[in-house]
Each structure stands twice: as C-alpha cells, then as structure tokens.
Design a protein around this ligand. Sequence first.
Ligand SMILES: [Zn+2]
Length: 136
Amino acid sequence: MAIDRPRPLPDEVSAFYWEAAGKGALAVLRCDECRRMHHPPDLACPHCGATALRPETVSGRGTVFAATVARQAFDRAFVDAVPFTLALVELDEQPGLKVLTNLVGTTELVAVGTPVELAIEPHGDWSLPQFRVVGS
Ligand SMILES: [Zn+2]
C-alpha cells in the first residue's frame, strides 16, 4: 500500500505562501522597516527584528547556490521518489534570499550558479513551489 506523503499545513505565518503557490506564484515576506525580504516566513524580520511584514510576489527566477542528490529516503513516504535533486536557490531579487527546493526534471547534480525558475507542482487542492533548470 502506498504511503501518503505529508502535505503542507499552512498557519497564520505561512498561509500567504501557500495561497500564492495555488495561484502559480512564489511569495516571500518583505519588511516594512528595512525593506529586506526573507524566507522562510517568520513572525519577525531576521535582519532588523521588526514585525511589520507583508507578502510580496517575486519573479521565481534565481540561481543554484548549493545542490545535492538524495539517493536514500529517510521517510518511507519518499522511497519511490529517490533519487531527486535538492537545491538551495538564491532568488534574483536580493543577494542572500534563498529557498530550499526540489529541482524537478533532473536527478543529476546541478552546478552552482545554474539559472533556475519556478515550477509549481499541483496536488489537487494545494500546490508545491519547486524549481527547474532554465531551458530544461
Ligand atoms: Zn527588517
């Protein structure tokens, strides 16, 4: 019997992220005080501590900052998913603004600096933001 994979459980901090994904977009929080963006969502700005934050849609374009290939599943729900490529993607909007993601369309190691773009994966009533190598 197949094991269901865990699904996101949006809360008041992350709901905007999942709502944007459902519309095919990627959103992160921007601080009203220092104007810097951060991810993952949090209650306060990690740069200045302010709590006045608002969601902002970003382009979904970035470059690979780091990558690895997962060849062993550490959760039984992902046994049939390996191998898959994981990447830390630095978004074009701001140096240091990074998103941890699967890279779809490849099971190979991808070089640092490779351009990537948003690839939304629909799952019925929710959607998962991921990335793919540009042109793949
Ligand atoms: Zn701030």
